[in-house]
Design a binder for this molecule. Structure first.
Ligand SMILES: C[S@@+](CC[C@H](N)C(=O)[O-])C[C@H]1O[C@@H](n2cnc3c(N)ncnc32)[C@H](O)[C@@H]1O
Length: 264
């Protein structure tokens, strides 16, 4: 009697997804990634293999062959892989001597200047430039900055502009107090600086990059190091085509320049 009141225990069997083990197919993923982003991975490295295994696991896919099939038909998954695999290390006032050189040049210019930061990661570099220009007495109406990166997550973080101590370690106490509000252990950038930078999630090898207008100055630091030689040359050409004045130098990072020297 009253059996229908008994709570039926539903046993949900946890489906465990087997780990991807078809290592023979991982090279195809590295090639796919390089073709779309320019970034070169050594598919025989255990770091890349471990990362790809956990990416498959996160998406409940049990083989490298199947994740590649999924990547080819699902744009969101492709973007997730880009967010997952790119190295986005950056900090304020990195290689500051280059920013100082840009500031000196902008001060000499009589017209409005447009600056491109590609890649911009979480915004540390374009914001450092904006702060340095204002600190040097350049009017905020004299310049604007565009920040570009292939990683959608870092672009969202750049727009938020909240940083930890490590990211702002090179900034003086006076710059920190003039342009940031401390919120617990984090530092929130003031809108006066945020408004000087427009961020876009763009892959430099896609047509949306070619469609961008031209710039007076281009910063491209610490990206070419992830590309092979022919991709580096391709990227350099793209940047040169985006300069208003082609006699102007593009600011590459110290590590990029070391790689570029090996080309000549
Ligand atoms: C190490 S960060 C450099 C950030 C900053 N320029 C600096 O030097 O501190 C390299 C950035 O390059 C971006 N990247 C890699 N390939 C790219 C591509 N094809 N198009 C646009 N951004 C790319 C990555 O997402 C990453 O945020």
């Amino acid at each position: 009697m009253f059996d229908f009141f008994k709570v039926q225990k539903v046993v949900v069997k946890k489906q465990s997804i087997p780990e991807a083990t078809d290592i023979a197919n991982i090279h195809a993923i590295a090639l796919y990634f390089q073709k779309h982003t320019g970034i070169e991975f050594d598919s025989s490295s255990s770091v890349f293999q471990i990362k790809m295994k956990s990416f498959c696991k996160m998406h409940k896919v049990s083989s490298f062959k199947n994740i590649l099939i999924e990547l080819q038909k699902n744009q969101d998954l492709k973007q997730e892989l880009i967010n997952y695999l790119t190295t986005n290390e950056s900090y304020f006032n990195r290689e500051f001597h280059q920013i100082e050189s840009l500031v000196a040049s902008v001060k000499e210019s009589f017209s409005h200047v447009r600056i491109l930061c590609v890649p911009c990661s979480h915004g540390e570099e374009p914001y450092s430039i904006a702060i340095a220009l204002l600190e040097a007495g350049v009017s905020s109406t004299k310049f604007d900055i565009t920040g570009i990166d292939i990683n959608k997550e870092v672009i969202a973080q750049a727009q938020q502009a909240i940083y930890n101590e490590k990211a702002i370690r090179n900034l003086s106490a006076s710059v920190r107090s003039s342009y940031f509000t401390k919120e617990g252990s984090l530092f929130s950038l003031h809108s006066e600086i945020k408004n000087k930078v427009t961020f876009k999630c763009i892959n430099i090898f896609e047509s949306s990059f070619q469609k961008l207008e031209k710039f007076d100055y281009i910063f491209s630091r610490n990206m070419l190091i992830y590309f092979d030689t022919s991709t580096r040359i391709k990227a350099q050409k793209l940047f040169e085509e985006h300069l208003v004045d082609t006699s102007k130098d593009i600011y590459y990072g110290h590590a990029d320049v070391t790689h570029l020297h090996t080309l000549s």
